[in-house]
Every structure is written in structure tokens, then in C-alpha cells.
Design a protein around this ligand. Structure first.
Ligand code: SAH
Length: 266
């Protein structure tokens, strides 16, 4: 950590060499007071939209920091595919954990899904909470060295989320613990409901760079039978993540890792 150049999120459309950048009070305070950076120190700036640069701190003036872009930087840290994680609403702490870990792993978008068994009363997410989710994603992006800030979209009712997935993605997978039910008693795990064979099948027919994959993970209470049927009718593949029942947040991260890894992104 000590030798590593620190990374900061500065949401400007594009960096250019010799560009002067003024970082606002929050970032300036972080640089000066928290991290004890000084004029002449080098930092990496990331715009969250794929662009990054090396910049040098010129001065701290008032509550701002003046920086000068020295060199554009090509961060090759994004996974080759796009993963959209449709997550049944959970208790906030768990959802925050998913945002943090999912961002590190390479998830492109998080979509909270209002489903039959999801935590109630979350249809209206307060702006404070949205801001908090966003800060978590920003911090995880900076920390992991990604160049792109994942989107955290508005909560969507299950049916609408299915439609959005069908529109945006080449393939939709819905993780259902019941699809692995037989495996638990027969020990036969090489069956077709496994996530990996289903994923391999999709990868085989589409160029990885063009792949946009939707992962539906249930809330703590799981998906209802009806929801699973609806998903199937909408063309989603219902898959198992193995014979053990995972917590929702474990399932989300496991599915993201399997997907990105299968596409050569890990
Ligand atoms: N309905 C269960 C547990 C839900 S686990 C119960 O309450 O007993 C939460 C979510 O994680 C599920 O909706 C599913 O999407 C995912 N999940 C957990 N274990 C899984 C497995 N073995 N296979 C597929 N999905 C799983």
C-alpha cells in the first residue's frame, strides 16, 4: 500500500494531458488530511467511465486541491463481459456487502429487485441510502483499480426486472436452490441444472466481449415458485449453485465469480 500510487474518483468526462483539475473539498480533505499527501505527490485519477490518468498535486488552496494531469493511463482492469446483478432486496448491510465485493470482482450493474419474499418497505430507497451505496461502489472501484464505476440502478419489481434483463442481456440466469434439490439426496451433481454447464453453453455461442449476462439472486427468503415459473417463461435459465444452500449474499458473489471467471476475467 505504501508504495502504491493512490487512486481517486474524479467524475469528469475525459482526462487530457496538461489538464488542470480542481478537486472539491471532500477529495481534498481525503488527500491532505487523511492520507497526508503533499504538493508534488503523484496520484491516479479515475473518471469511472473507463478513463484514468496520472496527476500531480500542485497545491492545496483553501478547501480544494489543484492537480495537473501528467499522463493518460490505460487501465486494463475491466472484465471482458458485462454482468448485471439483479438482487432480491436484502437487509441493507448485506446489500452493501454485495456492492463492495461485487464491484471488486467486476460486476457492471446492481439492480435491487422487489420480489415476493424480499424485505418489505424498500421500494422507496432514500437518497441517503442511494448516496451511501454509491460511496461504497466508488471506494471499491478506487481500491480495486477498476476504471468503471458500476451503476446502482433503481429498485425494480420482479416482472419489470425480468423484462429489463431480456432487453439488455444475451442470457439470464436465475439461481434457484430447489433446482439442485435432487443432488442433495442422490449425490448426483453432474446434472444439467448446474450453473457452469449452462454458462459454458452460452459462452460457446456468443463472443465473450459482447456478452451481457443477467444474474438473478433471490432475497433471504428465496424466490417463490411463481417467480421461478415467470422467469422460465421469460426465457431465463434456472440454475443451481450446487447442493449446499448459500446465503443470498454468498450466492450473489459466487455467481459473479463463476461468470467472470468462465469468461476469462479472473
Ligand atoms: N429459500 C431458501 C434460501 C434462499 S437462499 C430458504 O429460505 O430456505 C437466497 C438465494 O440464494 C436464493 O434465492 C438463490 O437465488 C440463491 N441460492 C442459494 N443457494 C443456492 C443454490 N444451492 N443454488 C442456486 N441458488 C442458490
Amino acid at each position: 500500500m505504501m508504495n502504491e500510487t493512490l487512486r481517486f474518483y474524479v467524475p469528469i468526462p475525459a482526462f487530457e494531458t496538461h489538464m488542470e483539475i480542481t478537486a472539491g473539498p471532500e477529495l481534498a480533505r481525503q488527500m491532505q488530511s487523511v492520507l497526508r499527501l503533499r504538493p508534488n505527490d503523484e496520484v491516479i485519477l479515475i473518471n469511472g467511465a473507463g478513463s484514468a490518468c496520472v496527476a500531480r498535486i500542485q497545491a492545496f488552496t483553501g478547501r480544494a486541491a489543484q492537480l495537473l494531469v501528467e499522463q493518460l493511463l490505460l487501465l486494463q482492469t475491466e472484465p471482458p463481459i458485462t454482468v448485471r446483478l439483479y438482487q432480491g432486496m436484502l437487509k441493507s448491510a448485506k446489500f452493501e456487502w454485495i456492492i463492495q465485493k461485487g464491484t471488486e470482482i467486476g460486476v457492471t450493474a446492481f439492480i435491487p429487485v422487489i420480489s415476493e419474499h424480499s424485505i418489505k418497505g424498500l421500494d422507496e430507497v432514500s437518497s441517503t441510502k442511494k448516496q451511501r451505496w454509491r460511496s461504497i461502489a466508488i471506494e471499491a472501484m478506487e481500491q480495486s483499480g477498476r476504471s468503471t464505476l458500476p451503476a446502482i440502478e433503481e429498485p425494480a419489481p420482479f416482472q419489470q426486472a425480468l423484462q429489463s434483463a431480456a432487453k439488455h442481456c444475451n442470457a439470464t440466469f436465475l439461481a434457484w436452490e430447489e433446482s439442485g434439490k435432487q443432488q442433495r439426496t442422490t449425490g448426483n451433481y453432474k446434472e444439467k441444472s448446474g450453473f457452469q454447464p449452462a454458462l459454458a453453453n452460452v459462452i460457446q455461442y456468443t463472443q465473450v466481449e459482447r456478452l451481457v449476462i443477467a444474474l438473478f439472486i433471490g432475497p433471504e427468503g428465496g424466490f417463490s415458485e411463481l417467480e421461478v415459473q415467470m422467469a422460465q417463461a421469460a426465457g431465463a435459465k434456472i440454475v443451481s449453485l450446487g447442493p449446499r444452500i448459500l446465503r443470498a449474499e454468498t450466492a450473489a458473489i459466487a455467481a459473479a465469480i463463476l461468470t467472470i471467471s468462465a469468461c476469462g476475467g479472473m
